[in-house]
Write a protein that binds this ligand. Structure first.
Ligand SMILES: [Zn+2]
Ligand SMILES: [Zn+2]
Length: 338
């Protein structure tokens, strides 16, 4: 089977590997579409803390079940599915506490185990989440990135009456903006970015105010509009943002951090305390696939507007070059394994 293998940092090849057989409890997916994520670029460059080489990468993918291992219902063969890449142990404290996405023995498909940039991929049966007919194959491959937004918005307990501020209208910010507007129906949604084309996109996706922070003061714009954000999501992920967010937040606000920079942020405890602010981190997703698939079924989000490019899997090097050379022109780039 055609597979995209990262053999070592900066060495990625399309290779022919044997089609894997599902072990007990697993299903085999015939992959149709897979999305390229920022973390795939980090793996490619050798900057990912958990990956071991060689690795078939890819953790955002969908297709159909074409074989099942022992103990799995054979009637599942043929089912169209999106794959939740979170594989957990079920035994450790986080698992028992209902937080499998931070399992102590976490195995992320495409990072710790072979991923979906291949014609076939085996995963535990519970990771293959059925997709209804009204959600097409391309949309199904974007369930994982939208699940990142779903997890953060569930952590921060978004409400329709929130005044939300989203930093960053790149691919991660876009999933958050679509969900805040289309799913949660927020009327007061402020988006800050440094790139006009992304802000234009945010405006047509439901942002009520957009701020280009290279030219406009975010604090000034909020003050002028009389808005004080009760929910702030940092999808731009620079360490300085959380410092500014503490100043802009309303008392009792929740602040969600989506980045994983290793640089420190200077957060004075007094500022958190004075407004009784809550900071939330969010990693991967905690069983959010059915929820996101529901959003897609009900047309509450627009996966097709999230997908900017599509390449045949054999053009993966071209796709990576586009993402790295022209990131502003890209949102989600899909590989087609048909
Ligand atoms: Zn991803
Ligand atoms: Zn566990």
């Amino acid at each position: 089977m055609k597979s995209i293998l990262v053999e070592a940092p900066r060495r990625m090849s399309i290779v022919d590997l044997p089609i894997p057989d599902p072990t007990p409890g697993e299903v085999r997916i015939r992959v149709r579409h897979a999305g390229i994520c920022g973390s795939d670029l980090h793996i490619f460059h050798g900057n990912h803390p958990y990956v071991q080489f060689p690795r078939v990468i890819g953790h955002e993918f969908a297709g159909h079940i074409d074989a099942v291992g022992d103990g799995v219902d054979p009637a599942l063969e043929g089912t169209r599915v999106a794959v939740n890449p979170v594989v957990n142990c079920g035994q450790c404290y986080p698992c028992r506490a209902g937080r499998p996405n931070v399992c102590l023995n976490l195995q992320v498909v495409g990072v710790h185990r072979e991923g979906g940039f291949a014609e076939y991929c085996c995963v535990p049966a519970q990771c293959a989440v059925p997709v209804p007919d009204e959600v097409d194959d391309r949309a199904a491959a974007t369930v994982e990135p939208f699940s990142i937004a779903a997890n953060m918005l569930s952590r921060t307990e978004v409400m329709a009456e929130d005044t939300a501020l989203v930093y960053g209208a790149g691919p991660i910010g876009m999933t958050v903006i679509q969900a805040l507007s289309g799913v949660h129906g927020l009327d007061r949604l402020i988006v800050a970015d440094r790139i006009d084309s992304r802000l234009d996109w945010a405006r047509t996706s439901g942002a009520s105010i957009v701020v280009n922070t290279t030219r406009q003061s975010l604090a000034g714009t909020l003050a002028e509009a009389g808005l004080s954000p009760s929910l702030i999501i940092d999808a731009a992920c620079h360490p300085s943002i959380v410092e500014e967010a503490l100043d802009l937040a309303s008392p009792a606000a929740r602040i969600g951090l989506m980045g994983f920079s290793s640089e420190a942020s200077a957060i004075p405890q007094r500022k958190l305390n004075a407004k009784e602010l809550t900071l939330y981190a969010s990693r991967l997703n905690n069983r959010k696939f059915p929820e996101v698939i529901g959003w897609m079924s009900h047309k509450q989000i627009e996966p097709e507007r999230f997908i900017s490019h599509s390449f045949p899997a054999t053009a993966v090097h071209e796709a990576f070059a586009l993402l790295e050379g022209h990131p502003i022109a890209c949102c989600k780039v899909l590989l087609d394994f048909n």
